[in-house]
Design a binder for this molecule. Structure first.
Ligand code: 13P
Length: 244
């Protein structure tokens, strides 16, 4: 049985005071229960704050990006070992905002996932098609191309990743994929993972997940939880999603 996982992606949001309030609500109200776990991926400067607030709890934390390189002359980048020092369990790689705004390629994303695994972090590898790609009928081709780069780069370590399907047209738009649209893509991904000897990799859905739609999405057989953007900044919403 795959354990359900709900991950908050704060993106470039937060501040010391508002983070403290949010983390306080999460730590005081989240009841660890069998078969489900919770994590937050915060901006780099707040990793120490997340570590201090969450270290003694069942809530895990992580970062939103990592360098594929070992420490060295890479101004502005952050190495996987540095994330480990701050107690991270997870790191997002290949979020569509990084692919689109920073031009990260499938190969870059695969290299970041490999660097994370080498440091014993769990990469949450994000894939998903744009609206134009969906309308052109190329959803399957796009997500398979994105996944293939990771499969080829990781070999047997593929089993240790978490995959997140985030249709770009559903991110921050309020336009969630329907449960069956999500399930259709997750089933394709599950089959591809099974062919690559990694049938138990968890596949999260992301894109306008809210308390109101989380239960229906998470009820799908190949949806193993959610990657939550905007709603993860609101303690009531995020806790309700985590309990869904
Ligand atoms: P929203 O939940 O704000 O749509 O963002 C989804 C996302 O990008 C999570 O990584």
């Amino acid at each position: 049985m795959r354990e359900k996982l709900v991950v908050g992606n704060w993106k470039m949001n937060g501040g010391l005071a508002s983070n403290a309030r949010l983390l306080d609500r999460l730590t005081s109200e989240w009841q660890p229960s069998e078969g489900r776990s919770l994590a937050v991926c915060v901006p780099f400067p707040y990793l120490g704050q997340a570590q201090a607030a969450l270290a003694a709890t069942s809530i895990a934390w992580g970062a939103q990006n990592v360098s594929a390189n070992a420490p060295g002359a890479f101004t502005g980048d952050v190495a996987a070992g540095m994330l480990v020092e701050f107690g991270c369990r997870y790191v997002l790689v290949g979020h569509s905002e990084r692919r689109q705004i920073h031009g990260e390629s499938d190969r870059d994303v695969a290299a970041k996932a490999a660097a994370a695994l080498d440091a014993r972090l769990t990469p949450i590898v994000c894939i998903g098609e744009t609206l134009a790609e969906r309308d052109a009928g190329s959803t399957e081709a796009v997500v398979m191309r994105q996944l293939r780069a990771v499969v080829d780069a990781l070999g047997p370590k593929l089993q240790k990743i978490v995959l997140a399907y985030e249709p770009v047209w559903a991110i921050g738009t309020g336009r969630t994929a329907t449960p069956s649209q999500a399930q259709d893509v997750h089933a394709l991904l599950r089959a591809a993972l099974a062919r690559a000897d990694a049938p138990d990799v968890r596949i999260l859905y992301g894109g306008s997940v809210k308390a109101a739609n989380a239960a229906a999405l998470f009820a799908m057989s190949d949806v193993d939880g959610g990657l939550v953007g905007g709603a993860s900044l609101d303690a009531n919403e995020f806790l309700a999603i985590a309990r869904a």
